[in-house]
Design a protein around this ligand. Sequence first.
Ligand SMILES: [Ca+2]
Length: 245
Amino acid sequence: MSKRTVIAAALISLAGAGPAMAQYLSNGSFEQPVIPSGTQGTMYFGGQTLPGGWSVIAGATEDVHLINASASFPFESFSHNMLARDGNQWLDLSGEGWGGFNRGVAQSFAATPGDSLTLAFSVGNLVNGGFSYVQLKVNGNVVDTFASKGADPADPAWTQVWADHSVSFVAQATNVVEFIGVDGPGTTPTLNPWNNQPYFSSHWSIGLDNVSISSPSPVPEPSSYAMALVGLILMGGVARRRRRG
Ligand SMILES: [Ca+2]
């Protein structure tokens, strides 16, 4: 083995020193199942599972539903522009009736206990000047409630507004993340024209999209670099000795 080959092999092993990137969630962007472009699609009721990996938390007659709205096929119900935050599809936790609360989705995943993971997601809202609220639970504990403020009331397009959020948590061997659409704080309820239910959050949609979990990229510590350098020097010496012998 030439010295050059030895050094190349050492460099390759150094480059591959970090653990492989784990895939924690499936269908985090709600792109499955694919529904027709520019439509609001299939409803999923409590106890059902979205193909691709989310279970629905809701009553048996309460739904969450998929919406497909991309730049080329915006879903423009009543002139509303409801683009996905990522890809073409997103999930509306308020359901087909545009007024539901306490409905959500959950997914479990395995991880290395003790790893610090980052959960990122986007919350969407479609009412001028109003808010949508999504409560996040990780492993049964409420982390916080995350909001998205709707478009400026002067915006005639009623464009869905997305707010990006992220939190970090320490993993267990088995983990569960839950996203629940909730009513917001308020004192004077508004009647939802779609179902005449009073609500505080002025949501009309409680969008969820672009959910991902990542672990920090493994960065070799300085001592690792020093060890690799020592290894290269030693291997170079061995190669030299072999050539002489
Ligand atoms: Ca998406």
